[in-house]
Design a protein around this ligand. Structure first.
Ligand code: 6PG
Length: 464
């Protein structure tokens, strides 16, 4: 009897995912490399530690692991993105046969996934790039899974992936074939970009409320009151974070205010620039993390420059409305980015499906995502959907009021302010870009198109 599925990489995510597979009744083989002194018998130790893995087979010799699997072999890679994936593939591929399937479940860059797919295809091996979201708990109890690549490979993996994925409240598995090439990892990368903004927007509300003198418990209470209308995984965990105490002290107050990142937000910002998409919030959230790192300069500047306190108390309902408003702009930008790149690569990514598979299991799961999954079925540009018109009119006023108060009090709100800026640009018919075009033509003869010439021909003027 051979095992039906294998998993390589018994780190936090790999271990959780293997337990999820085993709990769902799949016969699984586990492999972790052997590194003298640091990674010894890792798979064997995990197999002994977790009850669910009692009947799993554990290996630190790759050939034995491969030999334990039934044909066609199905292998999930859960190793760190980058060189580690290539190192495993270099060793693994010569031991596999045409028809076998490999799923890369890490946060690989989508262009690396495309290259790996092409080289696997040369030997008839199916390669799937699958974004997996939900952190350690999600991997264990049901993540959101975004697979792409070989359709034949997906057909082999679908029963396993759908079974271990989260089920949303309508009973749908949060796993669906995204499209060809690296589209799954691209979509996961944008998921993380949207995640950066969702986190930053909550942090901005926290900053404003702190500025008003609210305690962490009071902020948690406000956020709790918001939950019926603003339910999201990230808001829920933020409430718990705000309430967490170590003795008499809030743990949050003892956490250094320098936000780290592992790179997917940066990749999203790079893609936004490369594809010419005006998704302005993801870079704003990324720059906010980068700015947080300049703690030394922030301390020096704070000692030199005074800050104004908030002039008047913020209306909490206004802040909630501003937060809800900016979240819709964030989701609009994220889905527009996916649509744009999908069109460019002819991936044919179906936005309502992506929203549906983000309704549970993943870090950006929220009630809003359910609404968006039906809205995107009729409008790719969420902001042009009639549903959001009234909402936007009402909430936009609140967002402006919060922004004015924040500017007066000099509170750093990069994402809320950028959402306003973006929206104001988005609904401007006659923008100032005509002056930019004229300047370009003036100093560089870059030419411009004329509003009174419907042919769209390029014109140049001798300006002096
Ligand atoms: C997820 C998360 C995860 C990501 C972390 C850390 O969907 O489960 O997005 O993939 O690695 O959130 O990301 P940063 O270190 O860049 O914040």
């Amino acid at each position: 009897m051979k095992q039906e599925i294998g998993l390589i990489g018994m780190g936090v995510m790999g271990t959780s995912l293997s337990r999820n597979l085993a709990r769902n009744g799949f016969a699984i083989s586990l492999f972790n490399r052997h590194v003298e002194g640091s990674e010894e018998a890792v798979a064997q130790k995990a197999q002994k530690q977790y009850e669910e893995l009692a009947s799993a087979l554990a290996f630190d010799a790759l050939s034995h692991f491969v030999a334990s699997l039934s044909h066609p072999r199905k292998i999930i890679l859960m190793v760190n993105a980058g060189a580690a994936v290539d190192a495993v593939l270099n060793e693994l591929l010569p031991q596999l046969d045409a028809g076998d399937v490999i799923v890369d479940g890490g946060n690989s860059h989508y262009s690396d996934t495309q290259k790996r797919m092409a080289s696997c295809a040369e030997s008839g091996i199916h390669f799937l790039g699958a974004g997996i979201s939900g952190g350690e708990k999600g991997a264990l109890h049901g993540p959101a899974i975004m697979p792409s690549g070989s359709t034949a490979g997906y057909a082999l993996m679908q029963p396993y992936l759908e079974k271990i994925a989260a089920k949303n409240r309508d009973g749908h598995p949060c796993c669906s074939y995204v499209g060809p090439q690296g589209s799954g990892h691209f979509v996961k990368m944008v998921h993380n970009g949207v995640e950066y903004v969702e986190m930053q927007l909550i942090a901005e509300c926290y900053a404003l409320l702190k500025q008003q003198g609210c305690t962490n418990d009071a902020i948690a209470d406000y956020f709790t009151q918001w939950l019926p209308e603003c339910q999201s995984y990230l808001l829920s965990i933020s409430i718990k974070i705000l309430q967490k105490k170590e003795g008499d002290h809030y743990l949050l107050d003892r956490i250094l205010d320098q936000a780290a990142n592992k790179g997917t937000g940066r990749w999203s910002a790079q893609a936004i620039a490369d594809f010419g998409e005006a998704a302005t919030l993801i870079p704003a959230a990324l720059w906010a993390r980068y700015l947080s790192y300049f703690k030394k300069y922030r301390e020096q500047a704070a000692a030199i420059f005074q800050t104004n306190p908030l002039q008047s108390a913020l209306a909490i309902d206004q802040l909630k409305a501003a937060y809800q408003w900016a979240r819709v702009v964030n989701h609009h930008q994220g889905f527009s980015l996916i649509q744009h790149v999908s069109n460019t690569h002819e991936w044919n990514v179906h936005l309502p499906t992506i929203a549906r598979l983000w309704t549970a299991g993943c870090i950006i799961q929220s009630d809003l995502m359910y609404t968006l999954s039906s809205d995107l079925a009729t409008h790719q540009h969420l902001l042009l959907h009639p549903r959001w018109k009234d909402f936007f009119e009402r909430h936009h006023t609140a967002a402006k009021a919060v922004a004015k108060a924040a500017i007066d009090a000099e509170v750093h709100l990069p994402c809320l302010l950028e959402a306003l800026n973006f929206f104001h640009g988005y609904k401007t018919v006659h923008s100032s870009a005509n002056l930019i075009q004229a300047q370009r033509d003036f100093f560089g003869a870059h030419t411009y198109q004329r509003t009174d010439d419907p042919t769209g021909k390029s014109h140049h003027t001798l300006w002096e």
